[in-house]
Design a protein around this ligand. Structure first.
Ligand code: DGL
Length: 259
């Protein structure tokens, strides 16, 4: 098999990366994909650095073993913990995701920016370094919304529970002082509309990192001569190193491509 005909792997702790894959498929329909969800170990964001690093190591070793051509770490938490180490260890291109703080801060009109992510992402040095570099005027605030990961895993995208949870989390925040909310966890993207509605101020933008990631994916494929012209957009789903063959589970995943 030609190198360019191999699969692109997307990796997340659970279903968060599915909305990144959805956007990638639109831009790159002639590729074939593996979607790896670490369903045995989700959620990552409330566990310890070392424990999660172990989960990521095992997942990526599996993906290396099935001969992928490129890896998208469609998980902000895994990116902040392990991207450097993974790039040192593996020779295939690796694209990570980090909270889109840069565009949010650069486009802000003197107001504040709220960075929403998992507890672990907010604790990691990677985000700290990014903010030190970009947030010169100290306009970024952080909020952990780990509860949304569980709601998303339960496919509770529009119910009352996530709305109640978000209202409680936003209780003391005056969004009139904010320009943007950065969604720094791929699971949170399923709640973009809910967050917008709860905030209720049109001028507050909700920014995720998907567009930048897909652009980067496309340009890395072109630069490395890895674009596949013969693929069909086929997706193979893997739950924690187990390839999924049940039609029901496959269609459950596929349904997320239209959410
Ligand atoms: N979807 C992941 C992220 O982007 C991780 C969520 C979790 O497992 O806590 O951060």
């Amino acid at each position: 098999m030609e190198e360019c005909e191999k699969n692109i792997a997307f990796f997340d702790s659970g279903i968060g990366g599915m909305n990144v894959l959805r956007d990638a498929l639109k831009a790159l329909p002639r590729e074939n994909y593996i979607y790896f969800a670490d369903t045995d170990n989700v959620p990552y964001g409330i566990k310890s650095h070392d424990e999660v690093k172990g989960f990521i190591g095992k997942a990526v070793e599996y993906l290396y073993g099935i001969n992928i051509k490129l890896l998208v770490v469609a998980c902000n938490t895994a990116t902040s913990l392990a991207i450097k180490h993974l790039r040192e260890k593996y020779s295939f291109p690796i694209i990570g995701m980090e909270p889109a703080v840069k565009p949010a801060i650069e486009n802000s009109s003197h107001k504040r920016v709220l960075v929403a992510a998992t507890t672990l992402t907010l604790k990691e040095e990677k985000l700290e370094n990014l903010l030190n570099e970009i947030d010169i005027n100290g306009i970024a605030d952080k909020i952990a919304l780990d509860g949304l990961v569980r709601f998303a895993e339960d496919r509770n995208f529009t119910g009352n529970e996530p709305a109640v949870y978000l209202k409680e989390k936003f209780r003391n925040i005056d969004f009139k002082n904010y320009d943007a909310v950065v969604l720094g966890c791929t699971h949170f993207n399923y709640y973009e509309k809910m967050i917008k509605d709860i905030i209720g101020i049109d001028d507050v933008k909700i920014i995720d990192g998907n567009e930048g990631t897909v652009k980067r994916l496309k340009s890395i494929l072109v630069e490395n001569d890895l674009l596949n012209k013969n693929g069909s957009g086929k997706i193979t789903y893997v739950n924690s190193c187990r390839v999924i063959s049940s039609e029901k589970e496959i269609s459950n995943y596929n349904s997320l491509l239209t959410v």
